[in-house]
Design a protein around this ligand. Structure first.
Ligand SMILES: Nc1ncnc2c1ncn2[C@@H]1O[C@H](COP(=O)(O)OP(=O)(O)O)[C@@H](O)[C@H]1O
Ligand SMILES: [Mg+2]
Length: 346
């Protein structure tokens, strides 16, 4: 029997998405093999010991505090100690998916499912991901960066270089939060303002008229499995927060994508390559655009804690490949235990 600390919630704008993901994950963890402890991270970043995946805290809910280097946490006051064998962070975005929880695991000497501190941070930051990709001949959407303290650029100047239709997005965010499609100065100014509420760095990109393809990666290097590409068909002009998660969303996912085998192979190769380049481990979902006119492939982003909601591609892609949801979670835990044992040095 191994003890898993399932973390969910979190400080980011993807708090509720995390809860939806963790609800699914909790349902499929094999209770004959794993004892599950539940750690709810509230919107302020405080960790709470709870009995299931829930956002409800009661008066006697107990807070969780890490004991660094001791593979343990203190729970509540008067306190008990918990000693999870592994942390399973189903926490998206900032202070969850960006290397911070992964770094805490390292300091605690407890393995964490998925990518480590460095690879998580590299994937979370779209600017860094692009730099790594570009240095290794993986094509990314043409872009420029904008810092919150910079003067706003002139729309005409940017559009002369990048095209009339542009995307503005925070370098660090997810679930389409702060992402805007724009085509004039006023929209550019508003989009930058909003993007900077999420991050100091914003990216301005060419808007690609694209099909959206996603590839699921599972394993520790060099034993890495890569799924066939799946296609997202958003129900709106682009894949917004609502078209991802709203109950009334008519967005569709096609698994596997109906694309030429050579194209699927190219996406799989690039997904494996970027996963290796960032130093990924455990899992990632690698998202691409294929230009509908030219068929050019662009890497869009790498998600190290992809969604596990009812509509999420990552678990569905593996289900299609014959790995059921439960087996997938068990495999992810196993990969963490194999990859990351942090010795206590005495
Ligand atoms: N350069 C672009 N061209 C076309 N569509 C884009 C572009 N950038 C973002 N999008 C659209 O916005 C969505 C969210 O942007 P993305 O960069 O994936 O951020 P997030 O990390 O929030 O998912 C994409 O799934 C896509 O629909
Ligand atoms: Mg995305």
């Amino acid at each position: 029997m191994q003890t898993v600390l399932l973390l969910f919630g979190g400080e980011s704008t993807e708090h509720d998405v995390s809860v939806a993901s963790a609800t699914n994950v909790a349902q499929v963890i094999d209770s004959d093999r794993f004892t599950v402890l539940y750690g709810y991270i509230d919107r302020k970043g405080q960790w709470w010991s709870v009995n299931s995946v829930t956002k409800e805290l009661s008066k006697d809910s107990k807070q969780i505090f890490p004991i660094l280097g001791k593979k343990a946490f203190i729970v509540g006051d008067p306190s008990t100690i918990i000693e999870p064998d592994v942390i399973l962070p189903i926490v998206h975005g900032r202070n969850g998916e960006d290397g911070s929880v992964q770094a805490l695991g390292q300091l605690l000497h407890i393995p964490v499912v998925g990518c480590d501190m460095t690879s998580s941070a590299a994937a979370m930051n779209k600017y860094i991901t692009k730099q790594i990709a570009m240095a290794n001949n993986i094509r990314v959407v043409p872009f420029t960066t904008h810092y919150a303290s910079d003067k706003n650029p002139d729309y005409k100047e940017v559009s002369d270089k990048l095209g009339a239709k542009l995307f503005v997005k925070p370098a660090n965010a997810g679930s389409s939060v702060g992402v805007h499609k724009i085509s004039n100065q006023e929209e550019l100014d508003e989009a930058l303002k909003d993007a900077h509420t999420h991050d100091e760095i914003a990216l301005i990109e060419t808007a690609i008229n694209a099909r959206e393809l996603e590839v699921a990666v599972l394993g520790n290097y060099p034993d890495v499995n890569v799924s066939a590409a799946s296609e997202i068909k958003p129900d709106s002009e682009f894949y917004t927060f609502d078209s991802k998660y709203d109950e009334s969303s008519k967005s569709e996912v096609v698994i596997p994508a109906e694309i030429a085998p050579e194209l699927s192979e190219k996406l799989r190769q690039q997904a494996a390559l970027i996963f290796r380049l960032i130093g990924g481990s455990g899992l990632a979902r690698v998202d691409f655009f294929i230009d509908t006119n030219t068929q050019e492939v662009f890497l869009n982003e790498v998600n190290t804690i992809p969604g596990f909601t009812n509509i999420s591609v990552y678990p569905k892609a593996w289900e299609h490949a014959g790995i059921t949801y439960g087996v997938l979670i068990e495999k992810l835990i196993q990969l963490a235990l194999e990859q990351k044992t942090y010795p206590t040095f005495g």
